[in-house]
Design a protein around this ligand. Structure first.
Ligand code: SF4
Ligand code: SF4
Ligand code: F3S
Length: 357
């Protein structure tokens, strides 16, 4: 599908006011912690942009990432598809199937050469020539390579696509790998999480549309706007952590009083994601608010890494009370929470998972 009409013209045609357009741009700019002037630049960029052709490939995955984006609240998935992007291929959501669906993918590639974005959900099996996952007789590996060849950028959505995720977990029978292992040289953004927060997907796509480039990324290729801080940095239970008040089990008095979940395995201190601020389902809640520790689902190796219910290695090797002291000691030494997080992360990722985990 050729996309010749600018988004501004399309919006006008649909009766969307400039004010509403600016409001949306302001919302995305605030989500991404951009300076106030960026909202106007974003609105201007969006108005000039063409509807972006997006090809969404689903490989070794559970469809949870697609489920997540269908829960996007602002804009909703419908807004996104009908107003901002042309979702030319998405197996779960598209009406076409079989050969017609594949023809749509090829048409989008030919019509938007060098301009389309490829979103990938799921890891790619590479063992035995990639035979363990195929669509219409085409292996995931082959489909990825041919689709990405003339793409403008690739967005790996979810921890499976970003880091290999659960398919890559030990013993990894299919030889699953992350998208970054296969597409060297293409601009790539990882939006990790199992699944990722819908606002992180929508916000990142909006940024690319507005400015024609990727947002600022961290050392793992994730947008800093959503992955710049740990869950622990913004967790509302943090005051309990600082005071050394920890739940020892999920049904003790501490748990009932909402104390810190560190001792029952929370990985918030080593997990970079925006769950504690954006939350889920339009800001209703997130795992820690529901009484369960963070599993670290947006980090590489989270499944094998540290054991879901095993506490992280204790900072400075002390008990709960001294844990609070560790944070204070870190602050006194000028170590931010993120520094402590990266220090712990090394330990966490090195820790083998035991049978009971
Ligand atoms: Fe499913 Fe998680 Fe993989 Fe997304 S990242 S496809 S939710 S297993
Ligand atoms: Fe919140 Fe977990 Fe940090 Fe405790 S350890 S403050 S529950 S993120
Ligand atoms: Fe995942 Fe932890 Fe958020 S488990 S959903 S990163 S709170």
């Amino acid at each position: 599908m050729k996309n010749v009409q600018s988004l501004g013209a399309l919006m006008e045609e649909r009766g969307v006011s400039r004010r509403a357009f600016l409001k949306y741009a302001s919302y995305v700019a605030s989500l991404m912690a951009l300076p106030p002037a960026a909202a106007a630049a974003m609105a201007e960029g969006l108005a000039k942009a063409r509807r972006q052709s997006v090809i969404w490939l689903s490989f070794q995955e559970c469809t949870g990432c697609t489920e997540s984006i269908t829960r996007a609240h602002s804009p909703t998935l419908e807004n996104l598809i009908f107003d901002f992007i042309s979702l030319d291929y998405q197996e779960v959501l598209m009406a076409a199937c079989g050969e017609a669906a594949d023809a749509a993918r090829h048409a989008a590639m030919a019509d938007n050469k060098g301009k389309y974005i490829v979103v990938v959900e799921g890891s790619v099996p590479t063992k035995d020539g990639g035979i363990y996952s195929a669509i219409g007789g085409v292996s995931n590996l082959q489909m990825l390579q041919e689709t990405v060849e003339n793409a403008f950028a690739v967005v790996a959505v979810g921890s499976c696509a970003s880091f290999g995720g659960i398919p890559k977990a030990n013993p990894n029978p299919t030889g699953a790998v992350a998208i970054s292992d296969l597409i060297g040289g293409k601009p790539l953004i990882n939006i990790s999480g199992c699944p990722p927060i819908p606002e992180a997907i929508v916000g990142s796509l909006s940024y690319i549309l507005s400015f024609g480039k990727l947002p600022e990324l961290d050392h793992l290729g994730r947008p800093k706007a959503f992955f710049g801080e740990t869950i622990h940095d913004r967790c509302y239970r943090r005051p309990f952590y600082e005071r050394g008040l920890f739940a020892d089990s999920f049904d003790d008095d501490g748990a009932r009083q909402g104390w810190c979940l560190y001792k029952v395995g929370c990985k918030g201190p080593v997990t970079y994601n925006a769950c504690a601020t954006l939350k889920w389902n339009g800001g209703v809640s997130f795992p820690i608010q529901s009484g369960h520790g963070c599993l670290g689902c947006s980090e590489p190796n989270f499944w094998d890494g540290g054991g879901f219910y095993r506490p992280l290695p204790t900072p400075l090797g002390a008990t709960g009370t001294v844990l609070a002291g560790a944070a204070v000691a870190g602050a006194a030494l000028g170590l931010g929470a993120s520094h402590l997080a990266r220090k712990h992360q090394k330990n966490y990722l090195a820790a083998p998972k035991s049978e009971e985990d």
